[in-house]
Design a protein around this ligand. Structure first.
Ligand code: ADP
Length: 345
């Protein structure tokens, strides 16, 4: 009953002496606490003491120290041994050395946390950068307008001059589009406060209304299944559906009328959506890169865009715990699939 009333070691095997560096004689008679040191978790020790006092088994991971004061991790399994009357007379403790696995796990966790810190820094950087670029761009546009007015009639017969002004305006507009998209992309985050019930039916209706002109002008037929309720960030979900619908319309074939269908099926915890078009399709070798920021398959003159839309979609879906993938056949059409969690009832 020394060691503050705690148990005392009565036997250790050879594997124990090899692992710890303590001889049999050095170990027997000691409290098991002689293996613990400064970084051993106090909470774990409290849990062990509590289990022992109640005569209950304990399983868990613990940091121990060898005789040379080297750390090692064990997977500890303590079981009470009772006599015939049911009284706990001893405990058996089986320890497995899990140092390698534990160290690998610790390293992985610290790498992940470093990565997410640097990721957040990068996003903040992109945000600040694009935000601050807006002002000088506005200046370029506004002063090129002023300059044109200032020159006035002088420009009327100056085709070259007019063209140069056009380049300035086009360039600045394009830069503004890019900046807006980067701002959108970098401000998609995990803000749990903004989660709400969202009606996909209403969401899609308002997107279609905003695209009414394009849809009528280009004879696009857009149909959809009955759409469910979703759980998420409304603005982000709007961007997701809107990017996919407008891509389906934008990358249509000129030879046939564009048909776009938004389908949805029940997939357990998730709704699985499909945005199917009969457009130009995407070659297999390009399928991997279309979700990356600024990746485009066509020159700007052919189809307008910044190459950020699908990156935004990917980020929105993954921030909502779902998956986004694509199947496509060139000349036949493309289907984007994505899953979104159902709201809790
Ligand atoms: P953007 O449309 O601005 O170029 P996105 O990130 O939305 O950028 O799309 C990336 C690329 O993927 C597009 O440039 C296009 O080549 C291809 N793409 C996207 N949606 C479709 C679609 N529905 N059909 C064919 N190609 C598509």
């Amino acid at each position: 009953e020394k060691n503050g009333g705690g148990p005392e070691i009565v036997y250790v095997n050879e594997a124990f002496t090899r692992l710890t560096g303590y001889t049999y004689d050095e170990s027997v008679g000691q409290s098991p606490r002689f293996l613990q040191g400064k970084d051993t978790s106090r909470e774990q020790l409290d849990l062990i003491r509590e289990a022992l006092q109640k005569g209950k088994p304990f399983m868990g991971e613990l940091l121990n120290y060898t005789k040379n004061n080297e750390e090692y991790w064990i997977d500890l399994n303590i079981a009470p041994i009772r006599d015939d009357s049911g009284k706990v007379v001893q405990f058996s403790a089986v320890e497995r050395d899990i140092t390698e696995r534990k160290n690998a796990q610790i390293e992985r966790e610290s790498l992940i946390s470093e990565l997410s810190v640097s990721n957040e820094e990068l996003e903040r950087f992109a945000y600040v950068c694009s935000h601050d670029l807006q002002e000088p761009l506005r200046m370029i546009r506004s002063f090129s307008d002023k300059l044109q007015t200032h020159i006035g009639d002088g420009l009327d017969n100056d085709e070259k001059g007019k063209r140069y002004f056009q380049f300035i305006t086009d360039g600045a507009t394009r830069a503004q589009d890019l900046i807006n998209d980067i701002l959108t992309y970098s401000s998609i985050n995990n803000d749990a406060h903004q989660l709400q019930r969202v009606s996909a039916q209403e969401l899609v209706a308002s997107i279609i209304e905003s695209m009414q002109l394009t849809i009528e002008d280009d004879n696009v037929s857009f149909t959809h299944d009955a759409l469910p309720e979703l759980w998420g960030n409304k603005t982000q979900l709007y961007q997701l559906f809107q990017n996919l619908i407008s891509n389906a319309v934008k990358y249509r074939q000129t030879s046939v009328n564009a048909r776009v269908h938004l389908g949805v099926i029940d997939s357990g915890m998730f709704w699985q959506f499909s945005m199917k078009d009969n457009g130009i399709g995407i070659e297999e070798r390009h399928l991997g890169k279309i979700f990356d920021v600024f990746q485009r398959l066509h020159p700007r003159g052919q189809y307008a865009g910044t190459g950020v839309g699908l990156a935004i979609c990917k980020k929105v879906v993954s921030r909502h715990g779902g998956r986004l993938w694509v199947e496509s056949e060139p000349g036949v059409g493309t289907t984007f699939y994505f899953t979104l969690v159902k709201p809790a009832v």
